[in-house]
Design a protein around this ligand. Structure first.
Ligand code: SAH
Length: 222
């Protein structure tokens, strides 16, 4: 009896039950099957990436407010975008739009080194501290306008943009390795946008629209 109630308490505290249900009902049921992606979604404590007063919403099938007018994406969108990148253990990945750091933590569970850029200084600072506290030591967070990418660490095998841009930033295409993949929502702020997959092969850049999505706007410093 003691043991049972102890286990219940432990599970309740780390939301393991909610997390497993989230993966089963929101992610697998909608067709995500990559075992590495599913394992990452099962392991990263999503409730640690939302503000205290939003914890009850952390595992719901929706985006959650993280302050400064920004949101942490819906779990399915995180899983779908991650799966589309076709990552390998040794992939070098750049994320634009660190936000809470959740997507970066998912990437860090799958690959060796993650580079991520956030334009809002407070969010960049908080995400950096959170990722360090949770031991995601393979994530490099930088504050700045991600439009310019991270030239000194390029080329990247994959780039993931988590804010909706009006066009695909040319510097990001440049910093994609030959054979690399980028996933980016493109379209008008606050209206329906298109999640685009960009594949670079030699001089050719192939783009494909995957599904309608709604992301917060990609901002510029200038
Ligand atoms: N990937 C995040 C989702 C964050 S929402 C997560 O897992 O929580 C998108 C984020 O992109 C916001 O935090 C916003 O401030 C940031 N952003 C918008 N324009 C940007 C730009 N030009 N460069 C870097 N970050 C940007």
């Amino acid at each position: 009896m003691m043991i049972v109630s102890f286990l219940d308490t432990t599970l309740g505290q780390d939301y393991a039950t909610e997390r497993l249900a989230m993966v089963r009902e929101q992610i697998q049921r909608r067709g995500i099957s990559n075992p590495t992606v599913l394992r990452a979604l099962r392991s990263v404590p999503r409730h640690e990436f939302v503000p205290d007063d939003q914890r009850g919403l952390a595992y719901r099938d929706r985006p959650v407010r993280i302050g400064y007018g920004q949101t942490i994406s819906q779990p399915f969108i995180v899983a779908f975008m991650t799966e589309m990148l076709e990552l390998h253990h040794s992939s070098r990945v750049l994320e634009i739009g660190t936000g809470s750091g959740y997507q970066a933590a998912i990437l860090a569970t799958i690959i060796d080194t993650v580079f991520t850029i956030e334009i809002i200084p407070e969010l960049a600072g908080q995400a950096g501290e959170r990722l360090a506290r949770l031991d995601y030591s393979n994530v490099n967070v930088r504050q700045g306008d991600g439009y310019h990418g991270w030239p000194s660490s390029a080329p990247f095998d994959a780039i993931i943009v988590t804010a909706a841009a009006q066009h695909i930033p040319p510097p990001l295409i440049e910093q994609l390795r030959d054979g690399g993949r980028m996933i980016i929502p493109v379209g008008t702020p606050f209206l329906v946008q298109s999640l685009m997959l960009v594949e670079k092969s030699g001089d050719k850049v192939k783009t494909r629209s995957l599904m309608p999505v709604r992301f917060v706007p990609f901002r510029r410093t200038d």
